[in-house]
Design a protein around this ligand. Structure first.
Ligand code: ZN
Ligand code: MN
Length: 141
């Protein structure tokens, strides 16, 4: 089966990156889960499969995926960067109780960027929007 992961790995190969089993597993975890895990969460999830893999290996691979534009990093100012394999335009809703981050789509707020640029004179590069609340599974408890 030609999965998104295989397609992405083929693309990496064309840039001369060697596809190691760890690399495959990290990318697969990111893409299949469609969650927004931290490097540590990825490490813990794959540790049983790759007992000799270090957290540093996970970090280095994530950095490489970032540079290749295959993954996005979400920073929260507390060293707990989260990684997102969905690189299409989308927004996030975050659970105040469990921290879960879910994707949702909404028309891009380009007009907000234009307004910010015209009223401040900034050269605007982008924006970030997050919606907060309590997820369904937390409410069901
Ligand atoms: Zn929750
Ligand atoms: Mn996302």
């Amino acid at each position: 089966m030609a999965t998104r992961v295989q397609h992405a790995l083929e693309q990496l190969k064309t840039t001369g990156v060697r596809i190691t089993p760890q690399r495959h597993a990290i990318l697969n975890y990111l893409m299949e889960s469609m969650g927004h895990p931290t490097a540590d969460e990825i490490y813990r999830a794959l540790e049983p499969q790759f007992p000799s893999m270090s957290v540093a290996t996970v970090y280095n691979n994530l950095k490489m995926f970032l540079e290749a534009g295959m993954v996005r990093e979400l920073t929260y100012g507390d060293n707990s960067s989260r990684f997102d394999a969905n690189v299409t335009d989308h927004y996030h809703v975050i659970c105040d109780q469990c921290g879960k981050i879910e994707d949702f789509s909404y028309p891009s707020l380009k007009s907000v960027e234009l307004q910010a640029a015209s009223s401040t004179g900034f050269e605007v590069h982008g924006h970030r929007l997050e919606v907060y609340g309590v997820c369904k599974s937390c409410r069901d408890q």
